[in-house]
Design a protein around this ligand. Structure first.
Ligand code: TNX
Length: 522
């Protein structure tokens, strides 16, 4: 028979009496938890500064979120936090209630000493979690940290009042780079609008703020352009391997943009040109500049197609496309591709990129192009997306342009992890989880010249969401940290420990991640 030691029993009564007494006087509950350590929390990306005060905030049915309800954005963020808390813990946390007998999560705007628009501060003590930010966007990023601080399990799943114990202390945080992105190639294989929304929810948790959509390529045109309907009718009708293809209607696209924007993620649409344009030229053959007869393409070669860069009608077409796309995109950027235009003469290429920059600017957007565009006469407001040539990045910087970093050998999500990976490419090498994380963007170009980091995922080798997630996770989590956290705060051993804890989130979100043997997964 099991005996209950006296000491245990008496401390049980002591705590019970304390709770009864404290509830009776309607004051704060006093509950003893073992010392906590906020600095050890599995937060990704790693915050700028963390100070631990070693005690605990009890999140439970007595917790409420207080927010200025007249601010619709903040209220939306508070509701989002409540929804995510419910999903993780089963606890319904009311929003907007002012009731000082409860533990409170306060979400407030205030001018922080760090004026970055995405900066936030969290002050956590035994009764209050105060989340302060300069902007709603900053508050949203802070909410991701808070979500990550809620433990997977309560202190006692059998208790009537389960408590999720949050470590106390102070976090001051802000990103190093303004542009933290991932790209999905929806051209080689199409992924529908509903899936994109699910993906947006996966990336928001790691404070990624940009989703670049590669909307056109040789194999498929994926966005409805009302003035040129054959682009999707014909150009959208297939995919690599000869599948059915697909496209987003403008309504669906606006819906994706709105969904992303509620999560403070901006969508960067890409129309890749003058190369990678077979699908467009098959739809409207006057666009074609490679002198060959055209048919739909379902293979994976690159570099064989080009627009005719010397025809005014081609620019009239591009004007319509950029105008319609700008109308349905709320973000600042328009990506015009520009990579691997192997059959476009160099002077034609430069002429083309210069003219397209004017069109992009006419519709109020900033141009982004793959690094080859740095050789055109671009304005300092345009951005070179470095994937292949360090030199092109330097050329861009010498023109006063900023660069986005996606070095293929370090940041391409379509590279295999190792020889056992069944999908993906190896042309830029294998990228195991540690290699993908252990490099310093700071060592490639000065921080002030870098707009940010992007991890692109090209989709030639998979056509299912399982394949997509297998290549993206967990590596994408590391790129999120490379874009946010400073060099001093990044360390593989520490990251690996925090990454191991992400398996709970991956499972909750039904993410088909690659359980790399380099990580001791929880
Ligand atoms: C190169 S990266 C490409 C894409 C391919 C990718 C496959 C870049 C700008 N162009 O067209 O899909 O390699 O890894």
């Amino acid at each position: 028979m099991k005996t209950i030691p006296n000491a245990g029993l008496s401390s049980f009564f002591f705590i019970a009496v304390l709770i009864v007494v404290s509830n009776a006087c309607n004051s704060k509950r006093v509950i003893d938890f073992p010392p906590s350590d906020l600095t050890a929390a599995a937060i990704i990306p790693k915050p700028l500064e963390i100070v631990a005060t070693k005690s605990s905030f009890p999140l439970d049915m007595y917790t409420a979120i207080e927010v200025d309800e007249s601010n619709a954005s903040l209220k939306g963020i508070a509701q989002y936090l409540a929804e995510k808390t419910l999903l993780k813990t089963g606890v319904e946390v009311p929003v907007g209630v002012t009731n000082t007998t409860k533990t409170r999560i306060l979400i407030q705007l205030s001018s922080l000493s760090n004026d970055n628009p995405e900066a936030y501060e969290l002050s956590i003590d035994g009764e209050t979690i105060a989340l302060r930010a300069n902007t709603p966007e900053g508050a949203f990023r802070g909410v991701q940290t808070l979500r990550q601080l809620i433990p997977e399990a309560s202190n006692n799943s059998l208790a009537e009042n389960e408590i999720w114990v949050i470590p106390t202390g102070e976090i001051k945080d802000a990103p190093q780079y303004a542009y933290r992105s991932t790209m999905l190639d929806v051209s080689r294989h199409f992924f529908g609008a509903e899936y994109l929304k699910a993906y947006i929810d996966m990336i928001a948790y790691y404070k990624i703020n940009t989703l670049h959509l590669h909307l056109s390529d040789d194999q498929g045109w994926r966005i409805e352009i009302k003035s040129w309907p054959k682009l999707t009718e014909i150009g959208g009708s297939t995919a690599v391997g000869g599948g059915a293809g697909g496209f987003y209607t403008q309504e669906q696209f606006k819906d994706i943009v709105a969904y992303a924007s509620e999560r403070y993620i901006s969508i960067v649409p890409e129309i890749d040109m003058p190369g990678h344009t077979n699908a467009a030229s098959v739809s409207y053959p006057f666009l074609n500049g490679n002198g060959k007869s055209l048919e739909l393409y379902t293979g994976t070669e690159v570099g064989f197609s080009t627009f005719d860069t010397r025809k005014d009608t081609v620019y009239a077409f591009i004007d319509d496309v950029i105008r319609e796309l700008s109308d349905i995109s709320t973000g600042a950027f328009m990506h015009i591709g520009g990579d691997e235009s192997d059959v476009t003469a160099e002077d034609d290429y430069i002429y083309f990129v210069n003219r397209v920059e004017d069109i992009v600017q006419k519709y109020g957007k900033r141009l982004i192009g793959w690094d080859e565009v740095a050789n055109a006469d671009l304005d300092a407001t345009s951005v070179a997306h470095v994937w292949n040539s360090r030199e092109n990045g330097n050329t861009a910087i010498s023109k006063g342009m900023q660069v986005i970093l996606s070095p293929a050998n370090l940041a391409y999500l379509d590279m295999k992890y190792d020889t056992l990976t069944e999908i993906g490419y190896t042309w830029a090498g294998y990228i195991p989880v540690d290699t993908g994380y252990q490099w310093n963007p700071e060592d490639l170009y000065p921080v002030e010249n870098v707009l940010g980091i992007e991890a692109p995922l090209w989709s030639e080798t998979f056509d299912t969401s399982d394949g997509l997630e297998y290549l993206a996770f967990p590596r994408l989590v590391g790129y999120a940290e490379l874009g946010w956290s400073t060099k001093e705060n990044r360390n593989w051993e520490d990251y690996k420990r925090r990454l191991a804890e992400q398996s709970y989130f991956f499972k909750r979100m039904d993410i088909n991640f690659y359980p790399s043997p380099l990580v001791d997964w929880k």
